[in-house]
Design a protein around this ligand. Sequence first.
Ligand code: RTP
Ligand code: MG
Length: 141
Amino acid sequence: MAIERTLSIIKPDAVAKNVIGQIYTRFENAGLKVIAARMAQLSRAEAEGFYAVHRERPFFKDLVDFMVSGPVMIQVLEGEGAILKNRDLMGATDPKKAEKGTIRADFADSIDANAVHGSDADETAKVEIAYFFPALNVYSR
Ligand code: RTP
Ligand code: MG
């Protein structure tokens, strides 16, 4: 399988729960490397731009309200099949439906406060990485 990069966000609920390290450990144990990272308090404009594909959806305002409710941890993950691998680690969008042992099953409280974001395809990964890391400094090892 090809080496890929994907954008991951640890959302405000998981940052507030102080589980950044536990989530990073899951990435590492799955063979994903953190190759860029920064903590940020998103502005409304940044959150709206990031989730622009959902602009017309009924949950859009709740989603943006939630994403600006506290700091987030944003990272680029690299590894074999990183996009799908990260989605598998995350589990289903609704934590009630997420498989046992996934990040959302273990750390998320609701479909809104669902702990993590992960790019869902190669094209979205490229766009999302460029959105938050326009001058990506990659630390290879
Ligand atoms: P994400 O983009 O955050 O990684 O989540 P996802 O791919 O699993 O889900 P997506 O369909 O992209 O939706 C983005 C976020 O919007 C909220 N959502 N609420 N109430 C609802 O029916 C609903 N559907 C989606 C979730 O917080 C989801 O993470
Ligand atoms: Mg999504």
